[in-house]
Design a protein around this ligand. Structure first.
Ligand code: F6R
Length: 259
């Protein structure tokens, strides 16, 4: 896991965007895994400016979202389909028909979840998955105690996640109780992962993900087993890392190509 401690959210966005662009380089049809939530918004804005500058092109690409609420119609402004179209697909130039979001508004949630995993495999897999992390260590909506090998399926949201997300709704009672989320096994199949986190409320989750034991108690810790993970965090989110000095040293000591 490559961890970079950044001075601010602009540096996070810039370094994370560098990595995303490098991870899709050469792909005629880049397959991007996309997260909702506040953490990657600056990264998406940075990627949009790279698209505008002609550094990267997603117009033939496909996007796969991590998750969706159960019970919100796709046109609901807080549905993740709506959010992904507004914050990612349109600014980055993805064609609407090539933006995939799990179906949380169907009688056959499990059948649709299985089709979702099959569609990712059919497109050749996700080239790079963008992630945030919940304050309880979740990635996607894989709440603590999710199976480390899980595939896309229905999950019950924790009360903490519903409270964290209540800011997007008029009241907590409107926050759905369930979601459909890519499983931890599905996320681990991505060829590369770029995770961004900001703020002191993410410090425990970041420390558990990077340095804690690999455990279902902190679902993000499964990423320790992935061979290509780039983590960009600010000082506050890095504040509980025991190995912060090593991460700073490694970032300041690039390999001399002549060696
Ligand atoms: C979003 C998602 C979640 C969020 C996490 C952090 O699709 O799956 O794992 O990344 O809850 O949310 P923010 O970024 O709003 O703090």
């Amino acid at each position: 896991m490559e961890v970079v401690i950044c001075s601010d959210e602009h540096e996070i966005a810039r370094l994370a965007a560098d990595r995303v662009v490098a991870d899709v380089e050469g792909a005629n049809r880049p397959i991007l895994g996309v997260a909702t939530g506040s953490s990657p918004l600056k990264l998406y804005a940075e990627l949009a400016s790279r698209v505008e500058a002609g550094d990267v092109d997603f117009s033939h690409g496909e996007a796969f979202a991590l998750d969706e609420y159960v019970g919100l119609p796709p046109e609901h402004p807080q549905s993740y389909r709506h959010t992904i179209m507004r914050t990612v697909a349109q600014p980055l130039g993805f064609e609407g028909s090539r933006v995939h979001v799990p179906n949380g508004y169907t009688a056959d949630l499990q059948g649709e979840a299985e089709k979702y995993d099959a569609a990712i495999v059919d497109r050749g897999g996700v080239d790079v998955q963008i992630l945030g992390i919940g304050s309880n260590g979740h990635i996607g909506f894989n709440e603590p105690m999710s199976s480390l090998g899980s595939r896309t399926r229905v999950k019950t949201l924790t009360q903490q996640t519903r409270e964290d997300n209540a800011r997007f709704f008029d009241s907590i009672d409107e926050v759905p109780t369930h979601c459909v989320t890519q499983g931890l096994g599905t996320i681990m199949d991505a060829k590369a992962i770029v995770l961004v986190a900001q703020g002191a409320h993410k410090a425990d989750a970041v420390a558990g993900m990077v340095e804690g034991p690999v455990t279902a108690s902190c679902p993000g810790s499964i990423l320790q087993l992935h061979p290509r993970v780039f983590v960009a965090v600010d000082e506050a989110a890095a504040s509980k890392l025991q190995h912060a000095a090593y991460f700073r040293h490694a970032a300041a000591t690039p390999l001399d190509p002549g060696v």
